[in-house]
Design a protein around this ligand. Structure first.
Ligand SMILES: Nc1ncnc2c1ncn2[C@@H]1O[C@H](COP(=O)(O)OP(=O)(O)O)[C@@H](O)[C@H]1O
Ligand SMILES: [Mg+2]
Length: 505
């Protein structure tokens, strides 16, 4: 135990907190405290219990046992977000915005200003404008939240938290969806809050960011408290080791030589869409092809167009030797192209359901016998997926929305395997996923290629592109700026193409 009741000056402290969901224990006598004017980072692998602990400190879950102290006094936090009235604001890992409402409505949700029964709209709008400007979020107060990009939604959550003048601000993986530039802006806000005496908790997998922003670091592993240390005492390697509990070697799998004579499975010529121009490339059987470049450079657009999610204005696409023009993701998938979007939460999974219907969803006809779903065949498929992709759920009936990001990604892989794809396209495959699970996903990708599938990896994380791809295309402003193979696949070359310092000849 790190302490008993926490530091006397802690704003908020958890003392010997345990939590079980049903009969499944997920936290074991954990201690954690937060001081005013510090950024306290909480790190741990997926499933370590970070979100659960934070929900307990935000009043969203009741602990099974243990005590919570606020300003040194034991408290029972009110449920359902009412702890905000005590100054504890929790930014959930999942988005918590009302999608059909506008930006300003979300900012004031539950705190609308009115006089004589009339909403003081003008005043509220001005205040929202001020907060948006402060955080550098360039959207209209009247924009609908569903029209915002993922990054903008996250910044809006941060703006909303800033506007609530929190004493304790808990942020669960807030930068998972932010670009480097957005993260910098966001960190500026965090530092400002900290300097004003706010106690900030920063839950993250991105150890580099943790190192940059945290004053203290607490590590959880498998629901247990492992360590709380000043950030300056921990190197990145030390953090990773505490999280995983073992040495992290072989993060990337060995890359087998690419077979340059392997048949071309996908041939794209001069693909042009509203956002990309003249994109041409081939994908061979058994190849892992990387698409790098800045966010917004057109990487995702190319593959959305190929899979029928964006309009194609010109060019040719050949798949398995035949010209194709898929009108929908479903058509592309039926042909053998599986596409895992970067927005795991929104597009890929039935979050309210268990694992079983998720795994068999795409291949349902295969699981029908005598007009009935063959439950046994479905269960076999799930078992296969769990085994192959090492999906870890202590409760097999867990709601998929409650699974960790890493396990959700593994479940998506299991799901697409049921359609026997020839091409697998993954967009930001390890975003918001801990190092241990990342390593597994890299090895899975290499294994798919070794089995003869072709994989496209779209990623903002240069190390992973460099670590797992046979060839890399770098995009810039809607075009392919260059392609790299072998030893030329390095950070320096990618950056030069991405930034326009070098052009393909
Ligand atoms: N509402 C819930 N019901 C059942 N199990 C849950 C629920 N929420 C989380 N869990 C389980 O608790 C464990 C810890 O999850 P979580 O706190 O989300 O971890 P982390 O945030 O560190 O990834 C996981 O095994 C997860 O599946
Ligand atoms: Mg979490």
């Amino acid at each position: 135990m790190p302490f008993d009741g926490g530091s006397p000056v802690a704003v908020l402290a958890a003392d010997r907190i345990s939590k079980s969901f049903g009969s499944v224990p997920v936290l074991f006598s954990v201690g954690f405290d937060i001081l005013p004017g510090e950024v306290h980072a909480l790190i741990g692998e997926n499933g370590a219990g970070k979100s659960t602990l934070m929900k307990i400190l935000g009043g969203f879950h009741q602990p099974t046992s243990g005590r919570i102290f606020m300003d040194g006094k034991e408290v029972v936090l009110p449920p359902n977000g009412q702890a905000e009235d005590l100054g504890i604001v929790l930014l959930h890992q999942e988005f918590n915005l009302a999608e059909q409402m506008t930006v300003e409505e979300n900012m004031f949700l539950g705190r609308e200003k009115s006089s004589n029964g009339f909403l003081r709209r003008k005043e509220m709008r001005e205040e929202v404008r001020g907060h948006l400007a402060e955080v550098g979020l360039n959207v209209s107060p009247t924009a609908r939240v569903s029209d915002l990009s993922v990054a903008q939604k996250q910044m809006l959550e941060i703006t909303r938290a800033v506007s609530r003048q929190a004493r304790v601000l808990i942020m669960d993986e807030p930068t998972a969806v932010l670009t480097t530039a957005e993260t910098e802006l966001f960190f500026r806000q965090v530092r400002r809050l900290r300097d004003n005496g706010v106690a900030v908790v920063f839950v993250s997998h991105k150890l580099g960011e943790v190192k940059e922003i945290a004053d203290r670091i607490t590590v959880l592993r498998d629901g247990q408290w492992i360590a709380t240390r000043p950030a300056r005492d921990l190197t990145l390697d030390a953090m990773a080791q505490l999280m995983v509990g073992r040495e992290l070697s072989d993060l990337y799998p060995p890359i087998a030589e690419a077979d340059v004579d392997a048949p071309k499975i996908l041939e794209v010529r001069n693909l042009t869409t509203p956002r990309v121009r003249d994109v041409s490339f081939d994908l061979r059987r058994g190849e892992v092809l990387g698409f790098s470049g800045l966010v917004g450079s057109g990487r995702t657009d190319v593959f959305e167009a190929i899979c029928g999610l964006q309009q194609v204005e010109g060019g040719q696409i050949r798949f398995d030797g035949q010209p194709v023009n898929f009108r929908s993701v479903a058509k592309a998938r039926d042909a053998g192209i599986a596409y895992l979007t970067k927005d795991r939460k929104g597009k890929g999974l039935l979050l309210e359901q268990g694992m079983l219907p998720n795994v068999t969803l795409l291949a349902l006809p295969r699981f029908v016998r005598n007009f009935m779903l063959d439950r046994k065949a479905e269960e076999e498929a799930l078992k296969r997926g769990i085994r192959r992709f090492d999906i870890r759920a202590r409760d097999p009936n867990v709601r998929v929305g409650d699974m960790s990001g890493g396990n959700q990604q593994k479940l998506l892989l299991a799901k697409i395997m049921e359609i026997n794809p020839k091409v697998v396209i993954v967009d930001e495959p390890t975003r918001g996923i801990d190092v241990g699970t990342k390593q597994q996903i890299y090895h899975f990708i290499a294994a798919l290629a070794a089995e003869g599938m072709s994989v496209v990896v779209i990623s903002s994380e240069m190390p992973e592109i460099i670590g797992i791809c046979h060839r890399v295309f770098v995009m810039r402003e809607g075009r392919i700026a260059g392609s790299l193979t072998g030893d030329d696949i390095n950070e320096n070359e990618i950056v030069r193409y991405a930034a326009g310092l070098k052009e393909a000849v």
